[in-house]
Ligand binder design. Structure first.
Ligand SMILES: C[S@@+](CC[C@H](N)C(=O)[O-])C[C@H]1O[C@@H](n2cnc3c(N)ncnc32)[C@H](O)[C@@H]1O
Length: 405
Protein backbone atom coordinates (compact mmCIF):
# COMPACT_ATOMS: atom_id res chain seq x y z
CA UNK A 1 0.00 0.00 0.00
CA UNK A 2 1.35 3.41 -0.88
CA UNK A 3 1.62 6.27 1.58
CA UNK A 4 -1.65 8.10 1.88
CA UNK A 5 -2.35 11.16 3.96
CA UNK A 6 -5.35 13.35 4.46
CA UNK A 7 -4.19 16.85 3.70
CA UNK A 8 -5.78 19.99 2.32
CA UNK A 9 -6.47 18.56 -1.11
CA UNK A 10 -7.15 14.88 -0.59
CA UNK A 11 -10.73 13.78 -0.03
CA UNK A 12 -10.99 12.05 3.36
CA UNK A 13 -11.55 8.34 3.82
CA UNK A 14 -14.06 7.37 6.49
CA UNK A 15 -14.25 4.01 8.20
CA UNK A 16 -17.65 3.23 9.69
CA UNK A 17 -17.46 0.36 12.16
CA UNK A 18 -20.31 -2.01 12.85
CA UNK A 19 -20.89 -5.36 14.47
CA UNK A 20 -19.48 -8.26 12.37
CA UNK A 21 -22.34 -9.58 10.25
CA UNK A 22 -24.04 -6.16 9.91
CA UNK A 23 -21.76 -4.81 7.16
CA UNK A 24 -24.11 -5.44 4.22
CA UNK A 25 -27.06 -3.98 6.08
CA UNK A 26 -24.93 -0.93 6.91
CA UNK A 27 -24.24 -0.44 3.17
CA UNK A 28 -27.97 -0.63 2.54
CA UNK A 29 -28.71 1.86 5.30
CA UNK A 30 -26.07 4.26 3.93
CA UNK A 31 -27.70 4.14 0.49
CA UNK A 32 -31.05 5.03 2.05
CA UNK A 33 -29.95 8.10 4.01
CA UNK A 34 -27.25 9.28 1.59
CA UNK A 35 -29.55 11.66 -0.36
CA UNK A 36 -30.56 13.47 2.83
CA UNK A 37 -27.06 14.57 3.89
CA UNK A 38 -26.36 18.30 3.64
CA UNK A 39 -23.51 20.23 2.07
CA UNK A 40 -21.84 23.28 3.68
CA UNK A 41 -24.64 25.51 2.38
CA UNK A 42 -27.17 23.37 4.26
CA UNK A 43 -28.58 22.06 0.96
CA UNK A 44 -28.91 18.44 -0.22
CA UNK A 45 -25.49 17.61 -1.69
CA UNK A 46 -26.55 15.94 -4.96
CA UNK A 47 -23.41 13.78 -5.15
CA UNK A 48 -23.66 10.13 -6.19
CA UNK A 49 -22.76 7.63 -3.48
CA UNK A 50 -19.10 6.69 -4.01
CA UNK A 51 -17.87 3.13 -4.05
CA UNK A 52 -18.11 1.54 -0.62
CA UNK A 53 -15.53 -1.01 0.45
CA UNK A 54 -16.80 -3.68 2.84
CA UNK A 55 -14.24 -4.81 5.41
CA UNK A 56 -14.88 -7.19 8.31
CA UNK A 57 -16.44 -5.06 11.03
CA UNK A 58 -17.18 -2.05 8.88
CA UNK A 59 -17.17 -0.17 5.62
CA UNK A 60 -14.82 2.38 4.09
CA UNK A 61 -15.71 5.22 1.75
CA UNK A 62 -14.08 8.37 0.38
CA UNK A 63 -16.37 11.39 0.78
CA UNK A 64 -16.35 15.09 1.66
CA UNK A 65 -15.74 15.60 5.35
CA UNK A 66 -19.07 17.28 5.97
CA UNK A 67 -20.94 14.31 4.48
CA UNK A 68 -18.88 11.70 6.34
CA UNK A 69 -19.51 13.42 9.66
CA UNK A 70 -23.27 13.22 9.22
CA UNK A 71 -23.12 9.41 9.13
CA UNK A 72 -22.98 9.79 12.91
CA UNK A 73 -26.48 11.30 12.92
CA UNK A 74 -28.16 8.90 10.55
CA UNK A 75 -26.68 5.44 10.94
CA UNK A 76 -28.43 3.29 13.51
CA UNK A 77 -26.11 0.35 12.83
CA UNK A 78 -22.72 2.09 13.08
CA UNK A 79 -20.53 1.78 16.18
CA UNK A 80 -18.13 4.61 15.33
CA UNK A 81 -17.23 6.80 12.40
CA UNK A 82 -13.45 7.19 12.03
CA UNK A 83 -11.69 9.68 9.80
CA UNK A 84 -8.52 8.17 8.35
CA UNK A 85 -5.60 10.54 8.82
CA UNK A 86 -3.01 8.42 7.09
CA UNK A 87 -1.70 5.03 6.15
CA UNK A 88 1.99 4.38 5.71
CA UNK A 89 4.61 1.69 6.00
CA UNK A 90 6.95 1.87 9.00
CA UNK A 91 9.54 -0.69 10.05
CA UNK A 92 11.51 1.42 12.51
CA UNK A 93 10.64 4.11 15.03
CA UNK A 94 12.48 6.89 13.22
CA UNK A 95 10.27 6.39 10.16
CA UNK A 96 7.17 6.11 12.33
CA UNK A 97 7.88 9.35 14.19
CA UNK A 98 8.62 11.15 10.96
CA UNK A 99 5.17 10.16 9.64
CA UNK A 100 3.40 11.04 12.88
CA UNK A 101 5.01 14.51 12.80
CA UNK A 102 3.62 15.06 9.31
CA UNK A 103 0.13 14.52 10.67
CA UNK A 104 0.39 16.97 13.49
CA UNK A 105 -1.69 19.63 11.74
CA UNK A 106 -4.64 17.28 11.40
CA UNK A 107 -4.30 16.06 14.99
CA UNK A 108 -4.52 19.50 16.49
CA UNK A 109 -8.24 19.68 16.08
CA UNK A 110 -8.47 19.26 19.83
CA UNK A 111 -6.25 20.12 22.80
CA UNK A 112 -5.58 16.58 23.92
CA UNK A 113 -6.10 13.03 22.69
CA UNK A 114 -6.61 9.56 24.02
CA UNK A 115 -4.74 6.81 22.15
CA UNK A 116 -6.18 3.42 21.22
CA UNK A 117 -3.25 1.38 19.88
CA UNK A 118 -3.31 -2.14 18.44
CA UNK A 119 -0.37 -3.91 16.80
CA UNK A 120 0.17 -7.34 15.30
CA UNK A 121 2.29 -9.13 12.71
CA UNK A 122 4.66 -6.17 12.46
CA UNK A 123 8.25 -5.32 13.40
CA UNK A 124 6.90 -2.52 15.58
CA UNK A 125 4.65 -4.69 17.70
CA UNK A 126 4.96 -3.02 21.07
CA UNK A 127 1.80 -1.00 21.69
CA UNK A 128 3.27 0.96 24.60
CA UNK A 129 6.28 2.01 22.54
CA UNK A 130 4.06 2.96 19.64
CA UNK A 131 2.12 5.26 21.94
CA UNK A 132 5.34 6.79 23.28
CA UNK A 133 6.57 7.32 19.77
CA UNK A 134 3.34 9.14 18.88
CA UNK A 135 3.65 11.32 21.95
CA UNK A 136 7.34 12.17 21.22
CA UNK A 137 6.64 13.02 17.62
CA UNK A 138 3.51 15.12 17.98
CA UNK A 139 3.85 16.64 21.48
CA UNK A 140 0.05 16.46 21.64
CA UNK A 141 -1.19 16.02 25.20
CA UNK A 142 -2.14 12.35 25.81
CA UNK A 143 -4.90 11.81 28.36
CA UNK A 144 -7.31 9.09 29.48
CA UNK A 145 -11.03 9.50 29.98
CA UNK A 146 -14.24 8.92 28.09
CA UNK A 147 -14.71 12.44 26.81
CA UNK A 148 -11.17 12.87 25.41
CA UNK A 149 -10.77 12.89 21.61
CA UNK A 150 -9.73 9.38 20.56
CA UNK A 151 -7.00 8.60 18.03
CA UNK A 152 -6.77 5.04 16.72
CA UNK A 153 -3.34 3.72 15.72
CA UNK A 154 -3.40 0.32 14.08
CA UNK A 155 -0.16 -1.39 13.11
CA UNK A 156 -0.64 -4.50 11.01
CA UNK A 157 1.80 -6.17 8.63
CA UNK A 158 4.19 -3.17 9.05
CA UNK A 159 1.45 -0.86 7.81
CA UNK A 160 0.36 1.89 10.19
CA UNK A 161 -3.11 3.44 9.95
CA UNK A 162 -3.95 6.50 12.03
CA UNK A 163 -7.60 7.50 12.44
CA UNK A 164 -9.42 10.24 14.26
CA UNK A 165 -12.65 9.30 16.01
CA UNK A 166 -15.52 11.55 14.96
CA UNK A 167 -18.18 9.94 17.18
CA UNK A 168 -17.12 10.27 20.82
CA UNK A 169 -19.38 8.04 22.85
CA UNK A 170 -20.12 4.78 21.02
CA UNK A 171 -23.01 5.40 18.65
CA UNK A 172 -25.32 2.90 20.29
CA UNK A 173 -25.68 5.50 23.04
CA UNK A 174 -28.55 7.45 21.56
CA UNK A 175 -29.12 9.76 24.49
CA UNK A 176 -32.56 8.51 25.61
CA UNK A 177 -31.85 5.21 27.36
CA UNK A 178 -30.48 6.46 30.64
CA UNK A 179 -31.97 3.52 32.54
CA UNK A 180 -32.12 -0.13 31.63
CA UNK A 181 -32.94 -3.59 32.96
CA UNK A 182 -30.73 -6.62 33.49
CA UNK A 183 -30.46 -7.76 29.88
CA UNK A 184 -30.86 -4.67 27.72
CA UNK A 185 -30.43 -5.02 24.01
CA UNK A 186 -27.84 -2.86 22.31
CA UNK A 187 -29.66 -0.19 20.31
CA UNK A 188 -27.66 -1.05 17.18
CA UNK A 189 -28.82 -4.68 17.41
CA UNK A 190 -32.42 -3.57 17.95
CA UNK A 191 -32.20 -1.42 14.81
CA UNK A 192 -30.72 -4.29 12.81
CA UNK A 193 -33.65 -6.51 13.88
CA UNK A 194 -36.14 -3.79 12.92
CA UNK A 195 -34.58 -3.35 9.50
CA UNK A 196 -34.83 -7.11 8.92
CA UNK A 197 -38.46 -7.09 10.07
CA UNK A 198 -39.27 -4.23 7.72
CA UNK A 199 -37.51 -5.89 4.78
CA UNK A 200 -39.08 -4.08 1.83
CA UNK A 201 -41.98 -2.54 3.81
CA UNK A 202 -41.94 1.20 3.09
CA UNK A 203 -42.36 3.93 5.71
CA UNK A 204 -45.89 4.72 4.44
CA UNK A 205 -46.98 1.08 4.84
CA UNK A 206 -45.87 1.08 8.48
CA UNK A 207 -48.59 3.65 9.19
CA UNK A 208 -51.06 0.74 9.02
CA UNK A 209 -49.12 -1.34 11.52
CA UNK A 210 -49.02 -1.46 15.30
CA UNK A 211 -45.66 -2.67 16.67
CA UNK A 212 -45.88 -4.65 19.89
CA UNK A 213 -43.13 -5.81 22.23
CA UNK A 214 -44.74 -8.01 24.90
CA UNK A 215 -41.43 -8.25 26.85
CA UNK A 216 -40.15 -4.75 26.26
CA UNK A 217 -37.64 -4.45 29.13
CA UNK A 218 -36.33 -0.88 28.79
CA UNK A 219 -38.30 -0.27 25.59
CA UNK A 220 -35.40 -0.37 23.15
CA UNK A 221 -37.30 -1.90 20.21
CA UNK A 222 -40.07 0.67 20.54
CA UNK A 223 -37.84 3.75 20.55
CA UNK A 224 -35.54 2.42 17.84
CA UNK A 225 -38.58 1.70 15.67
CA UNK A 226 -39.91 5.23 15.98
CA UNK A 227 -36.48 6.75 15.28
CA UNK A 228 -35.15 4.32 12.68
CA UNK A 229 -35.04 6.78 9.77
CA UNK A 230 -34.58 9.97 11.78
CA UNK A 231 -31.21 11.67 12.42
CA UNK A 232 -30.12 11.54 16.04
CA UNK A 233 -29.46 15.13 17.07
CA UNK A 234 -30.24 14.38 20.69
CA UNK A 235 -26.61 13.81 21.75
CA UNK A 236 -23.25 15.38 20.99
CA UNK A 237 -20.45 13.89 18.87
CA UNK A 238 -16.66 14.21 19.17
CA UNK A 239 -16.33 16.24 15.96
CA UNK A 240 -18.50 18.99 17.49
CA UNK A 241 -15.57 19.78 19.81
CA UNK A 242 -13.05 20.20 16.97
CA UNK A 243 -11.55 23.62 16.37
CA UNK A 244 -12.42 23.33 12.68
CA UNK A 245 -15.87 21.73 13.04
CA UNK A 246 -18.05 23.06 10.19
CA UNK A 247 -20.35 25.72 11.68
CA UNK A 248 -23.46 24.11 10.21
CA UNK A 249 -22.84 20.90 12.16
CA UNK A 250 -22.96 22.75 15.47
CA UNK A 251 -25.80 25.06 14.60
CA UNK A 252 -28.79 24.88 16.98
CA UNK A 253 -31.05 25.09 13.93
CA UNK A 254 -29.37 22.14 12.15
CA UNK A 255 -32.47 19.93 12.50
CA UNK A 256 -34.56 22.46 10.58
CA UNK A 257 -32.40 21.94 7.49
CA UNK A 258 -33.27 18.26 7.19
CA UNK A 259 -36.62 17.11 5.85
CA UNK A 260 -39.14 15.94 8.43
CA UNK A 261 -38.72 12.19 8.73
CA UNK A 262 -41.91 10.45 9.82
CA UNK A 263 -41.87 8.16 12.80
CA UNK A 264 -42.41 4.57 11.73
CA UNK A 265 -45.55 2.67 12.80
CA UNK A 266 -48.97 4.00 13.71
CA UNK A 267 -48.83 2.67 17.22
CA UNK A 268 -46.24 1.36 19.66
CA UNK A 269 -47.39 -1.13 22.27
CA UNK A 270 -45.15 -2.28 25.11
CA UNK A 271 -45.76 -4.82 27.86
CA UNK A 272 -43.56 -6.27 30.58
CA UNK A 273 -44.37 -8.39 33.58
CA UNK A 274 -42.25 -6.12 35.75
CA UNK A 275 -43.71 -2.86 37.08
CA UNK A 276 -40.16 -1.59 37.48
CA UNK A 277 -39.39 -2.16 33.80
CA UNK A 278 -42.65 -0.47 32.85
CA UNK A 279 -41.56 2.67 34.71
CA UNK A 280 -38.07 2.54 33.19
CA UNK A 281 -39.54 2.16 29.69
CA UNK A 282 -41.94 4.99 30.30
CA UNK A 283 -39.11 7.32 31.26
CA UNK A 284 -36.97 6.20 28.31
CA UNK A 285 -39.82 6.81 25.87
CA UNK A 286 -40.48 10.16 27.51
CA UNK A 287 -36.85 11.20 26.98
CA UNK A 288 -37.11 10.02 23.37
CA UNK A 289 -40.04 12.39 22.87
CA UNK A 290 -42.52 9.57 22.33
CA UNK A 291 -44.91 10.39 25.14
CA UNK A 292 -47.07 13.42 25.52
CA UNK A 293 -48.19 15.99 22.99
CA UNK A 294 -44.93 16.07 21.07
CA UNK A 295 -45.41 12.56 19.75
CA UNK A 296 -48.87 12.96 18.28
CA UNK A 297 -50.25 11.48 16.09
CA UNK A 298 -48.30 8.39 17.15
CA UNK A 299 -50.11 6.36 19.80
CA UNK A 300 -48.11 4.73 22.56
CA UNK A 301 -49.65 2.16 24.88
CA UNK A 302 -47.50 0.83 27.74
CA UNK A 303 -48.63 -1.43 30.57
CA UNK A 304 -47.39 -4.07 32.99
CA UNK A 305 -48.65 -7.52 31.98
CA UNK A 306 -47.45 -11.11 32.11
CA UNK A 307 -47.71 -12.65 28.69
CA UNK A 308 -49.15 -15.78 30.32
CA UNK A 309 -51.85 -13.94 32.20
CA UNK A 310 -55.36 -14.33 30.85
CA UNK A 311 -56.79 -10.98 31.97
CA UNK A 312 -58.98 -9.94 29.06
CA UNK A 313 -58.46 -6.20 29.48
CA UNK A 314 -54.73 -6.38 28.83
CA UNK A 315 -54.66 -6.06 25.12
CA UNK A 316 -57.27 -4.97 22.63
CA UNK A 317 -56.19 -5.10 19.01
CA UNK A 318 -57.10 -2.11 16.86
CA UNK A 319 -59.53 -3.11 14.15
CA UNK A 320 -57.95 -0.90 11.55
CA UNK A 321 -54.30 -1.78 12.26
CA UNK A 322 -52.26 -4.87 11.57
CA UNK A 323 -50.07 -6.11 14.43
CA UNK A 324 -46.39 -6.99 14.29
CA UNK A 325 -44.59 -8.41 17.31
CA UNK A 326 -40.86 -7.92 17.87
CA UNK A 327 -39.32 -9.08 21.11
CA UNK A 328 -36.38 -10.69 22.79
CA UNK A 329 -37.72 -13.05 25.44
CA UNK A 330 -35.40 -14.09 28.27
CA UNK A 331 -32.91 -16.61 26.95
CA UNK A 332 -33.52 -20.30 27.54
CA UNK A 333 -31.34 -20.59 30.64
CA UNK A 334 -33.43 -17.91 32.37
CA UNK A 335 -36.83 -19.36 31.52
CA UNK A 336 -38.78 -21.67 33.82
CA UNK A 337 -38.40 -25.13 32.28
CA UNK A 338 -42.14 -25.50 31.59
CA UNK A 339 -42.10 -22.30 29.52
CA UNK A 340 -39.93 -22.96 26.52
CA UNK A 341 -39.80 -20.61 23.56
CA UNK A 342 -42.60 -22.52 21.79
CA UNK A 343 -44.95 -21.67 24.67
CA UNK A 344 -44.04 -18.00 24.41
CA UNK A 345 -44.65 -18.08 20.68
CA UNK A 346 -47.99 -19.86 21.04
CA UNK A 347 -49.06 -17.32 23.62
CA UNK A 348 -48.03 -14.43 21.35
CA UNK A 349 -50.13 -15.87 18.53
CA UNK A 350 -53.13 -16.58 20.73
CA UNK A 351 -53.16 -13.21 22.47
CA UNK A 352 -52.15 -10.81 19.74
CA UNK A 353 -52.78 -12.64 16.48
CA UNK A 354 -49.90 -10.82 14.73
CA UNK A 355 -49.23 -10.82 11.04
CA UNK A 356 -45.46 -10.95 11.54
CA UNK A 357 -43.31 -11.99 14.49
CA UNK A 358 -39.61 -11.34 15.08
CA UNK A 359 -37.99 -13.13 18.00
CA UNK A 360 -34.39 -12.67 19.02
CA UNK A 361 -33.48 -16.02 20.57
CA UNK A 362 -30.40 -17.93 21.73
CA UNK A 363 -29.11 -20.98 19.86
CA UNK A 364 -31.07 -23.52 21.91
CA UNK A 365 -34.32 -21.58 21.40
CA UNK A 366 -33.57 -21.35 17.70
CA UNK A 367 -33.10 -25.13 17.50
CA UNK A 368 -36.37 -25.62 19.37
CA UNK A 369 -38.23 -23.35 16.96
CA UNK A 370 -36.79 -25.07 13.90
CA UNK A 371 -37.22 -28.64 15.20
CA UNK A 372 -40.77 -28.13 16.46
CA UNK A 373 -42.20 -26.61 13.33
CA UNK A 374 -45.41 -28.55 13.71
CA UNK A 375 -46.16 -26.61 16.90
CA UNK A 376 -45.86 -23.25 15.20
CA UNK A 377 -49.63 -23.03 14.54
CA UNK A 378 -49.13 -22.71 10.81
CA UNK A 379 -46.61 -19.86 11.07
CA UNK A 380 -43.87 -19.89 8.48
CA UNK A 381 -40.26 -19.09 9.35
CA UNK A 382 -39.38 -16.54 6.69
CA UNK A 383 -35.84 -15.70 7.74
CA UNK A 384 -33.11 -16.43 10.26
CA UNK A 385 -30.24 -14.04 10.88
CA UNK A 386 -27.42 -15.24 13.10
CA UNK A 387 -25.06 -12.88 14.91
CA UNK A 388 -23.71 -12.27 18.40
CA UNK A 389 -25.31 -10.37 21.23
CA UNK A 390 -22.75 -9.52 23.90
CA UNK A 391 -20.64 -12.51 22.82
CA UNK A 392 -23.56 -14.96 22.84
CA UNK A 393 -24.62 -16.53 19.52
CA UNK A 394 -28.21 -15.47 18.83
CA UNK A 395 -30.62 -15.56 15.95
CA UNK A 396 -33.38 -13.25 14.81
CA UNK A 397 -36.18 -15.57 13.69
CA UNK A 398 -38.86 -13.89 11.62
CA UNK A 399 -42.15 -15.73 11.28
CA UNK A 400 -45.11 -14.84 9.15
CA UNK A 401 -48.76 -15.64 9.67
CA UNK A 402 -49.94 -14.24 6.36
CA UNK A 403 -50.55 -17.66 4.77
CA UNK A 404 -51.88 -19.23 7.96
CA UNK A 405 -55.14 -21.07 7.41
C1 LIG B 1 -34.26 -9.91 27.62
S1 LIG B 1 -35.30 -8.77 28.41
C2 LIG B 1 -35.81 -7.69 27.14
C3 LIG B 1 -34.84 -6.58 26.99
C4 LIG B 1 -35.34 -5.45 26.13
N1 LIG B 1 -35.40 -5.81 24.73
C5 LIG B 1 -34.48 -4.24 26.35
O1 LIG B 1 -33.78 -3.81 25.42
O2 LIG B 1 -34.41 -3.74 27.47
C6 LIG B 1 -36.73 -9.72 28.69
C7 LIG B 1 -37.83 -8.97 29.40
O3 LIG B 1 -38.96 -9.84 29.41
C8 LIG B 1 -39.67 -9.64 30.61
N2 LIG B 1 -40.47 -10.87 30.83
C9 LIG B 1 -40.03 -12.10 31.17
N3 LIG B 1 -41.03 -12.97 31.22
C10 LIG B 1 -42.17 -12.27 30.91
C11 LIG B 1 -43.53 -12.61 30.82
N4 LIG B 1 -43.95 -13.86 31.09
N5 LIG B 1 -44.42 -11.66 30.46
C12 LIG B 1 -43.99 -10.39 30.21
N6 LIG B 1 -42.71 -10.00 30.32
C13 LIG B 1 -41.79 -10.93 30.66
C14 LIG B 1 -38.60 -9.38 31.65
O4 LIG B 1 -39.12 -8.63 32.76
C15 LIG B 1 -37.54 -8.60 30.85
O5 LIG B 1 -37.72 -7.20 31.02
Amino acid sequence: MEIWKYGNKAMPIFFVSTQPGFEEELCQELQEFWPYLLNKEAKPHGIALPEVKVIEGGIELTVDEILGLQINFFSKLAGRVLLRLGTFRARDFAELEFQFRQMKGQLLRSESVRLEVTASQSRLNNEKRLAESFSNATKVKILDGDDVQRIYIRMFDDQCTVSLDTSGEHLHFRGYRLEQGEAPLRETIASFCLRKMLSSTGAAETQKISLLDPMMGSGTFLVEAADLYRPNLRRSYAFMGWKNCPALMKSPSLAANYPIFPRLFAKLVGRDQSEKMLEISRRNLQRAGLLGDLARPMVVDLAAADIFSEAASEFAADQDLRTWVLSNPPYGNRLPSDRGIIHYLQQIVRKFNPEKIGLLVDSQQMKDLVSQKKHLNGLTIISENKFRNGGLPVSLMILSAVDRT
